[in-house]
Ligand binder design. Structure first.
Ligand code: GTP
Ligand code: MG
Length: 345
C-alpha cells in the first residue's frame, strides 16, 4: 500500500558551540518559552529535544518559508551543553543529527569548544550552518526585532556593517583553517558544499527567519531522500538519560530517529549488564514547543514516529545506559535484535 509506506521523517538538528555563545537562547527564542530561567547555573547539563512543527517554522520565518514547498513535518532541535566537561554529550548529539547549527558568538569568535564541535561535525560528516550570534552586541547596532537579517544588515550604518563584516570574515577564516569553504549565507548556492554563515541575534530575533529557512532548505533539498523513510517500521533510538519519574519508576529519555514505537511494544535497550528485553508500559511525550528537560507534565501517547524526543516507561530499566541503543523488536526474532544491540554496546 503506497499510501502507507513512505513519509518524510522530521530532520534532527543538533545545536553545538562554545559555552555561553547562545545555543539555548536561540532555541528559547524559537520556542518562545523561558528554559534559560530554569537552568542551574545557566549551564545546560543535559541534552534536550524541541520539536517545532512546520506551521510554526513558517510562522516565524514569514515569507522565507512557504509551507506549501515542504514535505517535512518540521524540525527537531537537540540542544547540547558548551561546557568543556560535556564532550560525550556533544558527540552524542552530533552523531544523532542530520544537520547542525554551529553557534558562534560574533564578538568572541572561535573558542575551544567551537573547534571541538567543528571536528565532531567533520568526523560525523554532518552538514551544518553557522549562526553568528549576538549581532545586537556590536556597538551602534540598530535592531529590527524578528526581521530577516538581509534587511537589518542593510539598515546598519557603514561603520557598524563594516564592524560586523570584519567579525564574520574572522569566523569564515577559522572555518577555512578547519577545511571548510564558508561565506555569508546569501552568497551560498549549495549548502552541502559551502558553509553558510547567518548573522543572528537570540536577543532581538533578527536572522532567525533566515536560520530556519536555511535549515528547512538544507533538509529538504539536500537530504530529501534520507528523510523519506518508512516511519511505520520498527522504532530505533538512542538513550539520552535514565531518570526516575514519579508513578513510572525508571524511565528513558530517548531520541527516536527512525520508525515508530507503540505502547505494548517489545523493546531491547542497551544496559550496563548487557541488553535488556522489556515491554513498553507508557510513552510520554513533551508537547510540541515544550522542552523535554523542563516539561513536568508529559502527555501519554499510544504511538510515536521519528524523529521525536520522548520518555519511555517500562519495567527493568534501572540498568539502562545513556548513549545506548533502543530497538523495537517488531516482527523480528527477539534474539536477533538482542545480538544487534549487544554489538552496538
Ligand atoms: P551553555 O549551554 O552553557 O553552553 O551556553 P549557551 O550556548 O546555551 O548560552 P546561553 O543561551 O545560555 O546564553 C549565554 C548568555 O548569553 C545569556 O546570558 C544570554 O542571555 C546571552 N545571549 C545569548 N544570545 C544572545 C544574543 O543574541 N544577544 C545578547 N545580547 N545576549 C545573548
Ligand atoms: Mg545552553
Amino acid at each position: 500500500d503506497p499510501a502507507q509506506t513512505d513519509a518524510f521523517r522530521t530532520p534532527i538538528v543538533a545545536v553545538l558551540g562554545h559555552v555561553d555563545h547562545g545555543k539555548t537562547s536561540l532555541l528559547d527564542k524559537i520556542r518562545g518559552s523561558a528554559v534559560i530561567e530554569g537552568e542551574s547555573g545557566a549551564i545546560t547539563q543535559h541534552i534536550g529535544a524541541t520539536a517545532v512543527p512546520l506551521d510554526v517554522v513558517s510562522k516565524i520565518a514569514g515569507d522565507l518559508v512557504d509551507p506549501e514547498e515542504f514535505d517535512l513535518p518540521g524540525l527537531l532541535f537537540i540542544d547540547t551543553p558548551g561546557h568543556h566537561a560535556f564532550t560525550t554529550l556533544r558527540a552524542r548529539g552530533g552523531a544523532l543529527a542530520d544537520i547542525a547549527i554551529l553557534v558562534v558568538d560574533v564578538t568572541d569568535g572561535f573558542q575551544p569548544q567551537t573547534h571541538e564541535a567543528v571536528s565532531i561535525l567533520q568526523d560525523s560528516e554532518t552538514p551544518f550552518v553557522v549562526a553568528a550570534n549576538k549581532v545586537d552586541t556590536i556597538p551602534g547596532w540598530n535592531p529590527s526585532p524578528d526581521a530577516p537579517i538581509r534587511a537589518s544588515y542593510e539598515a546598519q550604518s557603514d561603520r557598524v556593517r563594516g564592524d560586523l563584516d570584519e567579525r564574520l570574515y574572522e569566523i569564515i577564516g577559522d572555518l577555512s583553517d578547519a577545511g571548510f569553504s564558508a561565506d555569508f549565507y546569501w552568497r551560498v548556492k549549495n549548502f552541502r558544499q559551502n558553509v553558510g554563515v547567518i548573522p543572528v541575534s537570540a536577543e532581538t530575533g533578527e536572522g532567525i527567519p533566515d536560520l530556519l529557512a536555511v535549515l528547512m532548505g538544507l533538509s529538504q533539498r539536500y537530504m530529501g531522500e534520507e528523510m523519506e523513510v518508512d516511519i511505520s517500521g520498527p522504532g530505533a533510538g538512542t538513550v539520552l538519560e535514565v531518570t526516575e519519574e514519579r508513578g513510572f519508576g525508571s524511565t528513558l529519555d530517548v531520541i527516536l530517529y527512525d520508525g515508530t514505537i507503540e505502547e505494548g511494544d517489545e523493546i531491547v535497550v542497551g544496559g550496563t549488564q548487557g541488553p535488556i528485553v522489556t515491554t513498553v508500559r507508557a510513552l510520554l511525550q513533551p508537547r510540541d514547543l515544550a522542552e523535554i528537560r523542563t516539561e513536568k507534565r508529559f502527555e501519554q501517547v499510544e504511538s510515536v514516529s521519528a524523529a521525536m524526543g520522548l520518555k519511555i516507561a517500562a519495567p527493568d530499566l534501572k540498568e539502562a545506559l545513556s548513549g545506548a541503543p533502543v530497538r523495537v523488536v517488531g516482527d523480528r526474532e527477539t534474539e536477533a535484535v538482542v545480538e544487534a544491540v549487544q554489538e552496538e554496546l
